[in-house]
Design a binder for this molecule. Structure first.
Ligand code: NAD
Length: 321
């Protein structure tokens, strides 16, 4: 058989193995019970995930971040959100206190040794994510589900980082993506993305946890950008190209899309909320992994990251905050 034929056959098998995970045939595996959740990264996504899990799924959470400043900022924000909910009579003061008490924090990743499920939400840097997964495969119990909130990095690749022996699936089969949308307390959608190694029990447990958090899971194949960002990021990137080539100013670009497609904000404001660095990281993955020039990141997007104008989180993006 020629090399090309072998490669085609391998690709067909990989595709079959992946589609198997998305078949509608009922599976016998039952979701495992999650009694304690770990969240890595107390930034805008990690904090939101931890808060929603504490409120809706009523789970004890261990929130880990290497930066104490990020933890302090995150907890302050969580308190503000809880007080807002109390003020609007969406929850009682007792509910807010109980949710707050379910959140404990640490700057030491070793403190995740007793969680049943961990969700990683550190910056979109492939080497950082793979390093963390190789660590948590050792630290967390051998039954724990290891989930990532990555916007674009291959789940198969992240799962592979949990072992040095590709034939040993004990850790890689527990890796999955629960890709929450921003802002987590508001957006109901979660993408569930499986790697080639992910087991059915891992899928069932992740879906069950997301439902307990009040979310609506959708499944996506492990393909660059998955579903949400494969569609959303080229839209934002095109808006930035329209700005840099003078097709419209930022107000007009945002206004026509906001008022013309009935969405809460236009693409440039949305990019500020997502984080300009996150948008660039996702466009780079789409561009590099597909090799398709239609995903070329806008020049202005790169320049804004160089300038440190990362959007709302840095106080300056397309708009000032
Ligand atoms: P962020 O920059 O707001 O927060 C990242 C946090 O991780 C920071 O608090 C940082 O201190 C912490 N961190 C860095 N290195 C760490 C380490 N080694 N261990 C523990 N903590 C560490 O980022 P974010 O916007 O919350 O994004 C997190 C992830 O979620 C990324 O993968 C991103 O692609 C994805 N995501 C983001 C959005 C969005 O709209 N921002 C939406 C969906 C998914």
């Amino acid at each position: 058989m020629s090399f090309a034929a072998v490669t085609r056959q391998g690709a067909r098998y990989a595709r079959f193995a992946q589609l198997r995970c998305f078949s509608s045939t009922p599976k016998t595996s039952a979701a495992a019970e999650v009694k304690k959740l770990g969240v890595i990264g107390a930034g805008q996504m990690g904090l939101g995930i931890a808060l929603v899990a504490a409120q809706k799924a009523q789970l004890p959470i261990k929130l880990v971040d290497t930066s104490q400043a990020s933890i302090d900022k995150g907890l302050k924000f969580a308190n503000k959100l809880l007080e807002k909910d109390v003020g609007k009579q969406r929850i009682s003061q007792d509910d807010a206190t109980a949710a707050r008490e379910r959140l404990s924090t640490s700057t030491n990743i070793d403190d995740l040794s007793d969680v049943d499920f961990v969700i990683e939400a550190v910056p979109e840097i492939p080497d950082l994510k793979t390093k963390i997964f190789s660590q948590i495969a050792q630290i967390c119990p051998s039954h724990a589900i290891l989930a990532t909130n990555t916007s674009s990095i291959s789940i198969t690749r992240i799962a592979a980082a949990t072992t040095t022996d590709p034939t040993d699936l004990s850790a890689p089969s527990r890796v999955i993506s629960t890709h929450f949308m921003n802002p987590v307390p508001v957006q109901k959608g979660v993408e569930i993305i499986t790697g080639l190694q992910t087991s059915q029990n891992t899928i069932d447990t992740a879906i069950e946890l997301c439902k307990k958090m009040g979310k609506i899971p959708s499944k996506s194949a492990d393909s660059p950008g998955f579903l949400a960002n494969r569609i959303l990021m080229p839209y934002i990137n095109e808006a930035i190209i329209c700005l840099e080539t003078g097709v419209g100013n930022k107000e007009d670009i945002d206004s026509i899309m906001k008022n013309g497609t009935n969405v809460p904000m236009g693409p440039l404001q949305l990019a500020d909320f997502i984080g300009i660095d996150t948008c660039l990281a996702i466009m780079k993955v789409l561009h590099e992994e597909t090799g398709d020039s239609k995903y070329r990141p806008a020049v202005l997007l790169r320049k804004m990251v160089d300038a440190g104008w990362l959007g709302k989180k840095s106080g300056k993006g397309f708009y000032d905050y």
